[in-house]
Ligand binder design. Structure first.
Ligand SMILES: *Cc1c(COP(=O)(O)O)cnc(C)c1O
Length: 342
């Protein structure tokens, strides 16, 4: 059977991202050895998990003759910013439909962080209110583009459709290869889950390669009963697209304890996780996604979930530019003693 055109890949990553032990953080926590998969360094700067999805989405857009990428997200969306990077580097125009947040009131939120990068890259920014329908707004933008003779390609929130999920199906194979070479059998793989495409691609890729390593998504947005059907339908979609009906649908494990007050609202636990990673490893997490995911991992380690001699993998999905949009938490709340006032 010929491969469907949409599993074509446009290379944006220079090669596999590093898998590195976090020795000082692991020792500090007194738990298993945490290996970090550095997908924060994936693709053109500033990188992140969206680069892997965009390898497939961009190939699909180019195959369909698109000249403009259109996508949707919050004001500080990493996905939108990385789409703008990729559009600029491949000679396409980019329009971002960005919705304001009802939950975050920080002044920097509406002008700093990823927005600085979006603007520098020349993306057209179409900002809508927190209560406006993002999909309808994006469809209107696309219609206007078509009327003016352009060829838009609409990418959904987070790049989480079946084509985008191919990026993390591929990453699963890359990670398993690295584990094999390092003689590593992780007790678990932990990743942040937002719109679900990353976890879906990984779950499918691991199942396809018959790996028995459990995968846990730490949700920073949707409750498990909303997120797991989304992930399952993406897995079913991947199976259909690739024509591999013999791959079993894996169980989708979701930890929802870090959502707390909601998407984009930092927690004390996330800020502790960000500080620990920064100070012990020199690695920057972010307040929306990876800080919360790492907080989930730290909570599990402290609860004695893993054996001390075990190893485990945390996938760093990126997002550190958003730190600059949260100065209320990251800087002005900094007490002389080094902790944060929340
Ligand atoms: C988008 C994003 C995620 C979540 O990935 P999904 O595929 O949407 O679940 C995690 N971390 C960062 C930094 C992100 O930008």
């Amino acid at each position: 059977m010929p491969a469907p055109s949409s599993d074509q890949r446009y290379p944006l990553l220079a090669g596999p991202t590093a898998l590195m032990p976090l020795r000082r953080l692991s020792e500090h926590l007194g738990g298993p050895t945490i290996y970090m998969k550095r997908d924060d360094m994936a693709g053109p700067f500033p990188g992140g998990n969206k680069s892997r999805k965009l390898e497939y989405l961009l190939a699909d857009a180019l195959a369909k003759g698109a000249d403009t990428l259109v996508t949707i997200g919050g004001l500080q969306s990493n996905h939108c910013r990385q789409t703008a990077v990729v559009a600029a580097s491949s000679g396409l125009d980019c329009t971002l439909v960005l919705s304001e947040s009802a939950a975050v009131k920080d002044v920097q939120f509406g002008r700093n962080g990823n927005l600085v990068i979006d603007a520098l890259l020349g993306a057209r920014l179409h900002v809508i209110g927190a209560n406006e329908d993002r999909t309808v707004a994006a469809e209107n933008v696309c219609r206007e583009l078509v009327e003016s003779g352009r060829h838009p390609y609409l990418i959904p929130v987070g790049g989480s459709n079946v084509v985008g999920a191919l990026g993390y199906r591929r990453a699963a194979g890359e990670l398993l290869d690295q584990c094999r070479h390092a003689d590593l059998r992780p007790a678990e793989i932990v990743v942040c889950s937002g719109s679900g495409g990353t976890q879906a691609g990984l779950a499918f890729g691991l199942a396809e390669l018959q790996s028995s390593i459990p995968l846990l998504g730490v949700s920073c947005w949707k409750r498990w009963y909303e997120l797991s059907p989304i992930i399952e339908s993406l897995v079913v979609g991947l199976r259909g697209m690739l024509g591999v009906t013999d791959v079993d649908i894996p169980e989708i494990a979701i930890d929802e304890q870090e959502i707390a007050a909601g998407y984009g609202v930092p927690t004390e636990q996330a800020i502790e996780a960000i500080q620990l990673c920064a100070r012990l490893e020199g690695i920057l997490l972010d307040p929306v996604y990876t800080g919360k995911a790492m907080a989930g991992l730290i909570r599990r380690i402290r609860a004695g979930t893993y054996k001390r001699e075990a190893s485990m993998v945390f996938i760093h999905t990126g997002g550190s530019p958003a730190l600059f949009a949260y100065d209320q938490f990251a800087v002005s709340g900094l007490r002389p003693g080094g902790g944060y006032d929340l």
